[in-house]
Ligand binder design. Structure first.
Ligand SMILES: Cc1cc2nc3c(=O)[nH]c(=O)nc-3n(C[C@H](O)[C@H](O)[C@H](O)COP(=O)(O)OP(=O)(O)OC[C@H]3O[C@@H](n4cnc5c(N)ncnc54)[C@H](O)[C@@H]3O)c2cc1C
Length: 477
């Protein structure tokens, strides 16, 4: 379902906020902020874009241009059978300025879209500066409350939002709703796990075994209830465990910035550091087998890797206790050594870096609008979307929503169909979730296809991509 953005004027938002200003303010000239500014300007609305550089730099930004790419120069795959590839195609069709410039500044990278980062930022800066509707103001914003008094504001200050503004965001959203780092374990698709090895059950349910006969116990494990399926267990014998630990401590890690080391390690220990403290550390920690018997052998395994259900559909599972700082390629290589995970498809790798983000699952609606302050929107990584392309996509949605709001039109509940990656990401971040964690584009968060599940992944992803692009055709952009 796509909502027509040209629907009749509403009484709704106009009533809530007196919009006296003739412009929309965007704070942060990064990927999300630049896309937002362009989309608003395209709708013939003036924009004031505040960017603190070059007067002030975050610890990871070094270049005076807008839309600086802080790390890898890759915008990931271009294939439609890859969720980030599909998201890029959706954005192309929605006239995203930043994806257009990424295409124009690309460097050879096989099926991926990688950019010449300097050229990319230069081009974005040029396009934004020459747009007659956009005024760039090089100033750090610390007082957003004043800007909100008579107009609409989009905050797109990214994972390294300056401290002054972060404390005001905390004040506006509630002390406990702003997170300062992201220490997340990898998430994988359940369908890629080998259930010839894996078995369902949590410690509590396994403990019941003590009161059952062997036959009763086997029967129960075979007829697991949904609740019991919230954990998947991957048993390891001694040899497998020791080999895994030895490889884990040798694997390549991402180099953290000094500021990240201080903030992250105080709060959370990466699995590879735990493993380096001694061969038994993991098996007495997150890999402890206590309370489990392998239903195939009826014996307690030497160690167990647990996967915990991560989404309502139970299609995604996260690796319990596996917050890690390994490089992505290394995560795939090392974690695929875990018995049952040989063919694991990771929808998200573990990360540990400074990442300021709000608890959007409680605070925002699907238009990236703050529920309790309707003239305040958020966009980019600060909303809990993760990655360059995802940040651009949220900038586009926030801008379309804010533009309609500015023109006094009623905002649809959901701007884009949930069958699109752009729409499903907006839904994901705004759906109540006690364990809210940032999310990147992946097929696991899309609604299932109708009918019987298609086993062949390429065929299934192709169908999901076609469904998304068909839905997108209906939008009157
Ligand atoms: C160290 C690090 C490495 C990363 N590596 C990758 C990667 O390899 N791949 C990937 O996809 N993603 C990576 N990310 C995530 C990446 O930052 C985001 O995907 C993307 O840059 C987010 O876009 P954004 O517009 O939300 O924020 P940004 O691109 O960071 O833009 C925010 C802008 O706001 C400005 N700003 C901040 N505070 C204020 C203020 N108070 N007033 C005015 N301006 C302000 C900043 O100067 C900046 O220009 C990384 C993040 C970090 C921190």
């Amino acid at each position: 379902m796509v909502t027509d953005p040209n629907e009749p004027k509403s009484k709704n938002n106009r009533k809530k906020v007196k919009l006296m200003r003739d412009n929309i303010i965007v704070i942060g000239g990064g990927l999300a902020g630049c896309e937002a500014a362009y989309q608003i300007a395209k709708r013939k609305i003036k924009v004031k874009l505040y960017e603190m550089k070059p007067k002030k730099y975050s610890p990871a930004h070094h270049n005076s241009n807008l839309a600086e790419i802080v790390c890898s120069n890759s915008f990931k795959s271009n294939l439609l059978t890859n969720a980030c590839g599909l998201l890029k195609e959706e954005l192309r069709r929605l006239d995203s300025l930043l994806i257009q410039i990424a295409d124009e500044t690309k460097v050879p990278a096989g099926q991926a879209l990688a950019v010449d980062r300097e050229f990319f930022s230069e081009m974005v800066t040029k396009k934004i500066n020459e747009n007659p509707y956009i005024e760039v103001i090089n100033q750090e914003v610390t007082n957003v409350k004043d800007l909100l008094k008579d107009g609409i504001v989009i905050i797109a200050t990214g994972p390294l939002t300056s401290d002054g503004l972060a404390s005001q965001i905390q004040e506006l959203t509630g002390q406990d709703k702003l997170y300062f780092y992201d220490a997340a374990a990898p998430i994988l698709e359940k369908d890629s796990i080998n259930f010839g090895i894996a078995f369902y059950g949590d410690r509590y349910h396994q403990e019941k075994k003590k009161q059952e006969t062997k036959e009763q116990w086997k029967q129960r494990l075979l007829q697991q209830t949904k609740e019991e399926q919230s954990y998947i267990n991957l048993p390891m014998n001694q040899q497998q465990y020791e080999h895994f630990c030895k490889e884990l401590v040798k694997a390549e890690v991402v180099t953290l910035h000094e500021f990240e080391k201080r903030e992250i390690f105080e709060g959370c220990m990466p699995v590879e550091i735990m493993a380096s403290r001694g061969i038994d550390t993991l098996r007495f920690g997150p890999l402890k087998p206590v309370g489990f018997d392998d239903p195939r052998t009826a014996k307690r395994p030497y160690a167990i890797v647990q996967l915990r259900q991560d989404d309502k559909k139970a299609s995604l599972y996260n690796m319990v206790g596996f917050q890690t700082n390994l490089k992505y390629g290394e995560q795939k290589r090392i974690f695929s050594m875990i018995p049952g995970m040989e063919q694991a498809e990771f929808v998200k790798y573990g990360v540990m870096h400074r990442n300021t983000y709000i608890n959007s699952s409680q605070l925002l609606n699907q238009n990236y609008q703050l529920k309790n302050i309707p003239n305040l929107y958020f966009a980019g990584q600060i909303t809990g979307v993760e990655g360059y392309v995802e940040s651009i996509s949220s900038g586009l949605v926030a801008a379309l929503s804010a533009s309609m709001h500015f023109k006094g039109k009623e905002l649809p509940k959901s701007y884009f169909s949930e069958n699109t990656i752009i729409g499903t990401l907006a839904k994901y971040i705004s759906t109540p979730n006690d364990k809210f964690q940032p999310m990147n584009a992946n097929f696991g968060i899309l609604p299932e296809l109708e009918g019987k599940k298609i086993k062949d992944k390429k065929e299934r992803y192709t169908k999901l991509a076609n469904r998304s692009l068909e839905d997108l055709l209906q939008i009157n952009n």
